[in-house]
Write a protein that binds this ligand. Structure first.
Ligand SMILES: *Cc1c(COP(=O)(O)O)cnc(C)c1O
Length: 343
């Protein structure tokens, strides 16, 4: 994982597309969370990205690079979640096509969203791995004049560079407001792509004292289990309701980076599903925004100090929460999750 910003070549404007892929998400102070933690808590509102999550940053950047570098004309995704939605949205913006292979368990609502973004949806197999195999085969098929590429949900330098721009924006905002470096940046971890991007951005900003707090839910904690075992482990099953954190192993590059930096710079932590869900509900009421339990894991670290996920921070800088978002949630499903969490 290099930190060579010189390699980030500016993107050519989309040839046939509709211009902007992602937005410069606002960073805004949370009055409620600042009260809970007795210091400034800044929300980076990636939930406002048009595809519903931060994934759009890295996915659209990786796609734009593949178009300009390799002449790719069609993208294939195997994600029935936010990576697939980002791929579909970015394809439309960049003027290329997208096919999203999803497992049969993918809710109709998500399939509708994918189609609304202009992607073709192929539902196949019971599990993600079945859809992933089909997607991989599709990329390898003898071409019909199309040049296809697979978009990975959490691996790849271009993906991470795209994600890292959220920290560039934060550093700009902090400099403008004359705020020093944050004491902590809190985020959630699935396979570790978001974490990789944030670490790149933190290095680039020169924030040497900032601690990145990487939160997973128990039942989807592949990074936490790997750090404990000091080797990359594969979870046998994902039992957490935070489906967007459901990678069975973390990215090896990210794991190595976390081990090299150590707990003071990157703290791997876990919370219960019920905490993540309760945090989503509180967040919805406080900020009038809906996010997935995957995002609730990071919010829980701030809403519930008794979990002690933010203990031992140095300095009195603000705490930043990456509100990574997630489109696979609505009022009904959050209500249902809350009922089950409280049961
Ligand atoms: C993908 C995703 C994550 C986890 O990101 P990784 O890059 O896999 O670690 C967290 N929250 C949401 C909403 C996501 O879509």
């Amino acid at each position: 994982m290099s930190n060579d910003i010189a390699r980030v070549t500016p993107l050519a404007p989309p040839a046939r597309g509709r211009a902007a892929t992602h937005i410069r998400a606002p960073s805004t102070r949370s009055p409620t969370l600042s009260r809970v933690l007795s210091r400034d808590v800044i929300l980076k509102l990636e939930c406002l990205q048009p595809s519903g999550s931060f994934k759009l940053r890295g996915v659209s950047y990786a796609m734009a690079r593949a178009i300009s570098r390799d002449g790719v004309t069609s993208f294939v995704s195997s994600s029935g979640g936010n990576a697939g939605l980002a791929c579909a949205y970015a394809a439309e913006a960049l003027g290329v096509s997208a096919e999203v292979f999803v497992p049969l368990t993918t809710p109709e609502r998500t399939r509708e969203m994918l189609r609304a973004f202009g992607a073709s949806v192929v539902a196949t197999g019971e599990k993600w791995i079945d859809a992933h195999e089909k997607a991989t085969e599709r990329c390898a098929e003898a071409s019909d004049g199309e040049k296809r590429a697979l978009i990975h949900p959490f691996e790849g330098e271009d993906l991470w560079l795209g994600h890292s721009t959220m920290i560039d924006e934060l550093a700009e905002d902090f400099a403008k407001d004359n705020v020093g470096e944050p004491a902590a940046i809190v985020l959630s971890v699935g396979g570790g792509g978001l974490l990789a991007g944030v670490l790149l951005g933190v290095e680039r900003a020169g924030w040497m004292k900032t601690r990145v707090v990487a939160v997973e839910t128990i039942g989807a904690a592949c990074l936490y289990e790997s750090v404990r075992a000091r080797t990359v482990v594969t979870l046998k099953e994902i039992t957490s309701v935070a489906k967007s954190l459901g990678a069975s192993s973390p990215s090896r590059v990210v794991f190595d980076k976390v081990m090299a930096l150590g707990d003071a710079r990157v703290a791997s932590r876990v919370c219960e599903d019920a905490d993540a869900v309760r945090a989503c509900v509180r967040f919805a009421d406080d900020h009038r925004l809906l996010v997935e339990p995957a995002c609730g894991a990071a919010l829980a670290a701030c809403y519930f100090p008794e979990l002690r996920l933010l203990e031992g921070l140095e300095g009195d800088g603000p705490i930043v929460v990456i509100v990574c978002g997630g489109a696979v949630v609505d009022r009904k499903s959050l209500d249902e999750l809350e009922r089950r969490a409280l049961a």
